[in-house]
Design a protein around this ligand. Structure first.
Ligand code: PEP
Ligand code: MN
Length: 276
């Protein structure tokens, strides 16, 4: 058992801290996750059009973003909801990122899609695919950084074991993401598990980021929950940002505006500095 956390050490080979205590730093172009500073990933839930992603890329860049996010393939609960604009979305995201000097991240839902993600800098494995083991093994055979989100009904041990699938195939560049878990609570979309971040930071070598947008589902909670994550030493914060949240094609109720995002980056950096 690792201390008293109920985790069986024998199950892990790569993701736990080694005896030297050294942490992994995941570098994405010029952005390093796990270097002791908090990094910001921002952008819409989904890439909606070329024009929109260019506009948002510029806005989030000016507000302090280090990376640009945007889903092109959206795994939605309902088949009748907006599913993303697909391959074109990846193309527009990569173009916008290059134009404004922001590395990009987008969700991959199937291993057959890997060739389409050539120009995307981080492969995101979404909560619903955290235990898609064939996908984990396939991204593990690439050298591209992976953002692995915790499934909404998965334990910390299961999250780390999914990361083991990737690392054991050769790819050591994995960033973990706490994005809320499902509980009995209905007032928020999920329940943000801040202790998971503390625990992961204590036992794992991998950088850990927070996604307060999916964790809460409520735009007025995104700032305070981000600050809570910064206060426990999170390595990055990924937020959904939209210039017109009421008209967003996906997850508008949890999107903050670029000016709210700017306030978030400033305050989160201050908190990260205060606890250093
Ligand atoms: C997302 O980040 O766009 C997303 C779908 O998140 P999750 O997989 O955490 O629900
Ligand atoms: Mn979303």
């Amino acid at each position: 058992m690792i201390d008293n956390f109920n985790l069986n050490k024998d199950k892990f080979r790569y993701t736990l801290k080694m005896s030297d205590g050294e942490k992994a730093v995941v570098k994405v172009k010029g952005v390093s996750f796990g270097d002791g500073n908090v990094k910001f990933i921002a952008g819409p839930c989904a890439v909606e059009s070329r024009e929109k992603i260019f506009k948002l890329a510029e806005l989030v860049k000016n507000a302090g973003a280090d990376m640009l996010r945007g889903g092109a393939f959206k795994p939605r609960t309902s088949p009748y909801d907006f599913q993303g604009i697909g391959e074109k979305g990846l193309e527009y995201l990569a173009e916008a990122g290059k134009t404004f000097g922001l590395p990009t991240v987008s969700e991959i839902t199937d291993k057959g899609m890997l060739p389409e993600f050539t120009d995307i800098d981080i492969l995101q494995i979404g909560a619903k695919n955290m235990q898609n083991f064939e996908l984990l093994k396939a991204v593990g055979r690439t050298d591209k950084p992976v953002l692995l989100k915790r499934g909404f009904s998965n334990t910390i041990e299961e999250l780390l074991l999914s990361a083991e699938y990737i690392l054991s195939e050769g790819n050591q560049n994995v960033i973990l993401c706490e994005r809320g878990i499902r509980t009995f609570e209905k007032a928020t979309r999920n329940t943000f598990d801040v202790s998971a971040i503390c625990l992961l930071k204590q036992i794992s070598r991998l950088p850990v980021i927070a996604d307060p947008s999916h964790a809460t589902g409520k735009r007025q909670l995104v700032l305070p929950v981000s600050l809570a994550a910064a206060a426990v030493g999170v390595d990055g914060i990924m937020t959904e940002v939209h210039d017109d949240p009421a008209r967003a094609l996906c997850d508008g109720e949890q999107a903050i505006t670029p000016s709210e995002f700017k306030e978030l980056t400033i305050k989160a950096k201050e908190i990260a500095k205060a606890i250093r």
